[in-house]
Write a protein that binds this ligand. Structure first.
Ligand SMILES: [Zn+2]
Length: 161
């Protein structure tokens, strides 16, 4: 018997976790009820923490996506939604957008896609940090993107000092 053999913890995936603010069904791919179970635990935990910080409701436009649903909504072929690392959060107005972004940045998200009525966020470890626009840029869109980048820069700075 090799008593030194260490038990390796299973990858924390696909097990139901308790969120304070979300039901797993909010992350379902609309074509498969119950598929929100495919969300990554760490993603859910960060979203829950950000939601607590922001103090306003996070309406999830899109969480986990099946291949079929991702194609239907025109998602990228390798979308992080397919692996349960992503959420699109509705942002009804600029003030909500800023609060949501600050909270998401504060808990450690580094990938943001900016749309005029939602923000995409993910923590997929297999893709590089990035910020981008979904639509043709205009003054408001650019200003939202600048806000995200400024928030990331400031939190990064605060972690160094
Ligand atoms: Zn998205």
């Amino acid at each position: 018997m090799n008593s030194n053999k260490k038990k390796v913890a299973p990858v924390a995936e696909n097990t139901e976790i308790k969120c304070q603010f979300f039901m797993l069904s909010e992350f379902d791919s609309p074509d498969v009820p119950g598929s929100g179970i495919n969300m990554q635990n760490q993603t859910l935990l960060l979203l829950d923490r950000a939601r607590a910080l922001a103090g306003i409701p996070f309406v999830i436009n899109s969480g986990f996506r099946t291949e079929a649903h991702n194609r239907r909504v025109g998602g990228a072929a390798n979308s992080t939604h397919l692996r349960g690392f992503a959420a699109d959060i509705r942002c009804a107005n600029r003030a909500n957008f800023e609060l949501v972004i600050l909270a998401l940045v504060a808990v450690g998200f580094k990938r943001f896609g900016v749309h005029h009525n939602y923000v995409h966020v993910d923590n997929d470890p297999y893709v590089p940090s990035s910020t981008w626009l979904y639509e043709r840029s205009n003054i408001e869109q650019n200003s939202r993107l600048e806000f995200v980048r400024a928030a990331l820069k400031m939190f990064e700075f605060m972690q160094r000092v």
